[in-house]
Design a protein around this ligand. Structure first.
Ligand SMILES: O=C(O)CCC(=O)C(=O)O
Ligand SMILES: [Fe+2]
Length: 313
C-alpha cells in the first residue's frame, strides 16, 4: 500500500465537469437533440421503440426470464418491470453474501480518489492523512474505474442474466453498460468548507444520459436516513411539470417547487441494509440525501440504450 500522495500528472477528475458535459452535448447534433427531446416521456418511448424496430426486437412481446441470476430476493422479472414502468424504480433485489463480501473486499483493498479528483489519491484507512494533505474534508471518494471494472464480482453482476433481461425488456433491445462506479459519501461539517450539493447530487435532478438509462444501485453499507439514503419521486419519469422540463435537468431546484406538483407520499427515501439492490430509470427526479452522521458505500451500474458517454450523476 502506498502512502497518500498527490499525483499532479494524472487527469484531474474521474468525472467530466459541467462545462465538458455541455460542450459534449452541443458538439454532437444527435446528442443535443436527445438532451432536449429526451425530457419528454412520450418522445423517449418513441425513440426506444424506433431503435427496437431498427434492431428487429419486438417491444410488444415480453420474453420470459429463463436464466439463473446471482441476485436474490424478489427476482420476479415481470413484477420488477411493472414497478420500473409504473414508479420508475424497482426494489426488492439483494446480493448474495458472497458477492457482498467480494465487493467489500475490493473496497478495502483499492485506492480511492477524494472528491473524485485524481490528485487526492489515498488507500482505505488513510483518509484523514489525505484530507490533511488536501487541506479539506472530502465529501466523497470514488474508486478507480478501470480497477473496478476488472473485478470479477463487478463483471459477474454487470453480466447477470436477470439484470440484462430487465434492461432488454425495458429498452426493447439490448442496452450497453456505460458506466460502473463505487464510491463513499461522507458526513462532513461545513464549518470551514462549504458543502457542494452538486458533487454529491444532494439536490433533486434527473439525468439525460440517453433516451433510455437505467441505473442499478447497490448499497454496500447499511443505509438509514442519517447515512445519505437515496431519494426519488415515484412516477416522475412519466410526469414532470412543463417548466421543470425547460430548465436544465441538473438545476439546483428547491424542494418546495416540486412539492407543488407531487404528493408528499411519492417522495421515497430508500433505507435498506447492506447488499440491497434497486434499479432506477434515471429520468425520475432523484437525489442523494446528505449523510448526517454515517458514511455510505454505493456501487452503481449504468445501462443506456445508446452510449453518448454522458454519465451524469
Ligand atoms: O448517490 C445517489 O444516491 C444519487 C446519485 C445520482 O444522482 C445518480 O447516480 O444519478
Ligand atoms: Fe443522478
Amino acid at each position: 500500500m502506498s502512502a497518500p500522495a498527490l499525483n499532479p500528472h494524472e487527469p484531474a477528475s474521474l468525472k467530466p465537469n459541467r462545462v465538458q458535459y455541455l460542450l459534449k452535448r452541443l458538439s454532437e447534433p444527435r446528442c443535443l437533440l436527445m438532451s432536449l427531446a429526451g425530457r419528454f416521456w412520450l418522445i423517449r418511448q418513441l425513440a426506444l421503440g424506433l431503435r427496437s424496430h431498427w434492431r428487429r426486437h419486438s417491444r410488444s412481446v415480453a420474453a420470459p426470464f429463463e436464466g439463473q441470476s446471482r441476485l436474490q430476493g424478489s427476482t420476479d422479472a415481470k413484477a420488477l418491470l411493472r414497478a420500473l414502468r409504473r414508479d420508475g424504480v424497482a426494489h426488492g433485489l439483494s446480493l448474495s453474501g458472497e458477492d457482498l463480501s467480494g465487493l467489500l473486499q475490493f473496497a478495502a483493498t483499492h485506492c480511492l480518489y477524494g472528491d473524485r479528483l485524481t490528485r487526492f489519491r489515498f488507500m482505505p484507512g488513510e483518509r484523514s492523512a489525505a484530507e490533511r494533505l488536501a487541506g479539506k474534508p472530502f465529501q466523497q471518494a470514488q474508486y478507480g474505474i478501470e480497477e473496478l471494472e476488472a473485478d470479477p464480482h463487478v463483471q459477474a453482476l454487470a453480466d447477470d442474466p436477470l439484470v440484462r433481461h430487465l434492461v432488454r425488456e425495458y429498452f426493447g433491445h439490448d442496452g450497453v453498460l456505460a458506466a460502473t462506479r463505487m464510491f463513499w459519501s461522507y458526513p462532513v461539517s461545513d464549518e470551514h468548507h462549504p458543502y457542494d450539493p452538486l458533487l454529491n447530487s444532494t439536490h433533486y435532478h434527473y439525468d439525460l444520459d440517453d433516451y433510455g438509462c437505467l441505473r442499478v444501485f447497490i448499497y454496500l453499507t447499511d443505509v438509514d436516513v442519517s447515512a445519505g439514503a437515496h431519494r426519488y419521486i415515484r412516477g416522475s419519469h412519466r410526469r414532470k411539470p412543463f417548466l421543470q422540463k425547460l430548465i436544465a435537468s441538473h438545476s439546483l431546484r428547491r424542494e418546495e417547487e416540486l412539492e407543488k406538483h407531487y404528493l408528499r407520499s411519492d417522495a421515497v427515501t430508500v433505507t435498506a441494509p447492506a447488499g440491497s439492490v434497486f434499479i432506477e430509470d434515471a429520468s425520475v427526479f432523484h437525489e442523494a440525501t446528505r449523510p448526517l452522521s454515517k458514511e455510505r458505500l454505493l456501487m452503481q451500474l449504468t445501462f443506456v440504450s445508446k452510449d453518448f458517454a454522458l454519465h451524469a450523476a
